[in-house]
Write a protein that binds this ligand. Structure first.
Ligand SMILES: Cc1cc2nc3c(=O)[nH]c(=O)nc-3n(C[C@H](O)[C@H](O)[C@H](O)COP(=O)(O)O)c2cc1C
Length: 315
């Protein structure tokens, strides 16, 4: 049996993972001396993420945090993926034995430091050796991280971001879904807004197509990011997506541990029509899963809210 205070620490670390729209679409079931990770599809985004790709990636991020936290507590982990997907949306089962992975134990320190940083980054570039270490972090989890370096590929990625924002915002059901997840901080989930402006902002997002201004801003952020990179996997099945999530969080933790933060320009991955175009731009083979910008930050952003771990823990 796993000690209950250890379980609490592991789940607490896991739920600090990033998730699409901060939906936190996960549940953790303690089964004797193992922990099962389930997808919580009641928290899905049917318009933005119709086949639950980002939902599984988000769960993969939580799984990475859990593995890193276990390593920092002195445990090795082994993960059996998709043991029972058909039955109860179980994605993975973690058992705890053997020697802890030192690299993961080190990364655990960055769990509390990582944030999605949507503002402009400091002008400083990301040194090549750090870029290589982030690529290695993705590869350790069976994924790839491809920097978009030339002005030509950045401009092409920027154009896809503009097109993606245009298509998303033009769809009233996409706007309604985004507005539904815009919440005051005390909700413990969603995209946080001060409680006074929350109702107004929701109405604005629901009502107005802001695709051209969002697209122009995101294009500018893409083109000028210190590091713009696509994270991808060979395939696009559940196991690939779970691997993508673990790789994404491993990259983000490795980045945060050297003072870098990231945010997402995912429009060209989220809009099905544009994903093959982003894949062509990468010329890598396989499937893009996230378009990320990374850089050094000049100020802090507060941690996004989380639901208490008791809400996601099934004993
Ligand atoms: C798979 C995935 C996709 C995401 N896509 C976007 C996105 O398109 N735009 C964005 O601003 N943030 C995106 N995010 C970031 C989440 O909104 C963020 O993780 C969440 O609000 C919690 O905040 P935190 O990362 O600072 O803890 C994404 C996160 C994940 C894991």
């Amino acid at each position: 049996m796993l000690d209950s205070s250890l379980v609490e620490r592991l789940i607490e670390a896991a739920i600090h993972a990033p998730s699409s729209h901060n939906t936190q679409p996960w549940k953790f079931e303690v089964r004797g001396d193992r922990v099962r990770l389930h997808a919580d599809r009641t928290r899905a985004l049917p318009v933005n993420d119709p086949d639950g790709r980002e939902l599984v990636i988000s769960c993969g991020c939580a799984l990475m945090n859990l593995r890193a936290a276990a390593a920092s507590e002195g445990f090795g982990t082994s993960v059996a993926t998709t043991p029972d997907t058909q039955v109860d949306d179980a994605l993975a089962e973690v058992s705890f034995s053997g020697k802890p992975d030192k690299a993961l134990a080190t990364l655990a320190k960055a769990i509390a430091l990582r944030r999605t940083f949507r503002k402009r980054f400091a002008g400083r570039g990301v040194p090549d050796d750090i870029v290589k270490s982030l690529q290695a972090a993705a590869e350790d989890e069976g994924a790839w991280l491809l920097p978009l370096q030339s002005a030509e590929t950045r401009n092409a990625a920027g154009a896809l971001v503009v097109e993606g924002a245009r298509l998303q915002w033009a769809d009233p059901s996409w706007r309604r879904e985004l507005a539904r997840w815009m919440r005051p901080r005390h909700s413990g989930d969603g995209l946080t807004l001060p409680w006074l402006v929350a109702p107004l902002a929701r109405i604005v997002v629901r009502t107005f197509d802001m695709g051209s201004s969002v697209g122009a801003k995101d294009r500018e952020l893409a083109i000028n990011s210190p590091l713009l990179a696509v994270l991808g996997t060979a395939g696009d099945g559940v196991a690939d997506r779970l691997a993508a999530g673990q790789a994404l969080e491993r990259v983000l933790l490795a980045a945060a541990s050297v003072g870098l933060q990231a945010s997402y320009l995912n429009e060209p991955v989220q809009v099905a029509l544009l994903r093959p175009k982003l894949a062509d731009l990468c010329g890598h083979g396989g499937r893009p899963q996230c378009l990320l910008r990374l850089g050094y930050t000049e100020d802090d952003v507060p941690m996004a809210p989380r639901r208490p771990f008791t809400q996601v823990l099934v004993r």
